[in-house]
Design a protein around this ligand. Structure first.
Ligand code: ARG
Length: 418
């Protein structure tokens, strides 16, 4: 018998029984504007923490009573650094759209809850990039900043990712750079950014806190590792002047741990090649490069049946994987990452846990059917802790006014890119 369960008995009488998190319907918790912690979720989380890490300095019951008292007195409670690290790792483990979860337990967690000024936050964000980049040996890392509390909301970064390329709208309606960020680029220009106008200009960060207006901060070039792209066989490929950044660091998702919202908790892993080679450079509303590459390859683009798109797509993905590997920057291919994911599922099942997964995000956008993740279904569940993308944050990340009366974008990966 599990002693921690015995210890919870008295508390079970103190509060109405709640449905265990894993049985709850898949509805993301809406961020509260009161900043009050949810007691039931807090208790579920602390029980989970003790179940998976029974060697705690404090008995479960003591911690539960302490949290109950803190919430009663202040409307919220403070996670221990152990709880914070565990919560962040489990949020990754529960991210049903992520194929790369095998290493969830080795996520590096930087506790930045005490940073309050935009300047201080900016320094920590840059430190995050440097530590995560690690000269190309990318380390999955998260920085957790102050949570929402009844005293006020936590800080925010408006950018979708810490590193993104600007999109410069041209007078003919086309864009130089990443078309996904033309509105965001215009927004930061109105805030004073001096846009260089090139295809790969790293956008400045917009940081806002409870008591400061949004402010711009540059990302120093030496904190951004980039890989110029070339192809192992086609020499002309390097002349296209393509490059991509080494670290994808999502900065607009809310981390929810034990009934507390952390609106700024940027996290990164390493890239899977297809994210760059089959989406960022390929989507019609991104760099849209297939026609150009097909032309350079001399393919017949007059008919779909020549499969010129598919052939150009494969060569582009070869170039991405080749360039990162040659530059000693960690990246993985979709075959390897698919196999790792199934290893993760098997490992989790051995530990008595199910792995919530969203098939439409897990299956790679290239060669789906020849990766093993294609040939099965997955459980879909909203398990907490987790990361959530709020509609306002999504809109801000694209440079749109979050309060405009516009419907949130589609959540299917066909519409999103995170
Ligand atoms: N797909 C996004 C991008 O290309 C990054 C999402 C997170 N990816 C990751 N490998 N951790 O920028």
């Amino acid at each position: 018998m599990n002693t921690s369960d015995t210890l919870t008995e008295p508390l079970a009488q103190l509060r109405p029984a709640t449905t265990p998190l894993y049985d709850r319907p898949a509805s993301p918790p809406v961020a509260t504007d009161t900043g009050r912690a949810d007691l039931a979720e807090a208790e579920d989380f602390v029980r989970l923490h003790h179940r998976e890490h029974p060697d705690q300095p404090q008995p479960l019951l003591t911690r539960l009573l302490e949290i109950r008292r803190q919430i009663h007195e202040t409307g919220t409670y403070r996670h221990t650094s152990d709880e914070l690290a565990f919560g962040a790792r489990v949020a990754w483990r529960n991210s049903s759209r992520c194929i790369g979860r095998l290493y969830w337990n080795s996520l590096r967690v930087l506790d930045r809850r005490d940073a309050t000024t935009p300047e201080g936050i900016h320094q920590h964000l840059i430190a995050h990039l440097r530590e995560a980049t690690n000269g190309g040996r990318i380390r999955p890392t998260i920085s957790v900043f102050a949570p929402d509390t009844p005293a006020g909301p936590g800080p925010r970064v408006w950018n979708e990712q810490l590193i993104r390329y600007a999109g410069h709208r041209q007078s003919d309606g086309s864009a130089v750079g990443d078309p996904a960020y033309v509105d965001f680029t215009e927004l930061v220009r109105t805030m004073g950014w001096n846009a260089p106008g090139g295809p790969f200009d790293v956008l400045p960060l917009v940081i806002s806190t409870h008591d400061t207006k949004p402010q711009l901060f540059d990302v120093p070039a030496d904190a951004v590792l980039e890989v110029p792209l070339r192809h192992p066989e086609h020499e002309w490929f390097a002349d296209l002047g393509l490059r991509w950044h080494a670290v994808p660091a999502i900065s607009n998702m809310r981390l929810r741990i034990g009934g507390i919202d952390y609106p700024l908790a940027p996290f990164n892993g390493w890239y899977m090649g297809t994210e760059i080679g089959a989406r960022n450079f390929v989507d019609a509303d991104r760099y849209d490069l297939l026609p150009l590459i097909a032309a350079r390859l001399g393919l017949d683009t007059g008919s779909e049946t020549t499969l010129w798109r598919d052939r150009a797509l494969v060569e582009l993905n070869v170039a991405v994987l080749h360039s990162f590997t040659e530059a000693d920057v960690k990246i993985s291919d979709h075959h390897t990452e698919s196999r790792r994911f199934l290893t993760h599922v098997a490992k989790e099942e051995r530990a008595g846990r199910s792995v919530p997964a969203d098939w439409s995000w897990i299956v790679p956008p290239v060669s789906g059917g020849i990766t093993p993740v294609f040939h099965r279904y997955y459980d879909q569940a909203d398990q907490r802790p987790n990361f959530y993308l709020d509609p306002e944050a999504r809109e801000r990340g694209r440079g749109h006014c979050p309060y405009a009366d516009s419907a949130p974008g589609p959540t299917h990966r066909g519409g999103g890119s995170q």
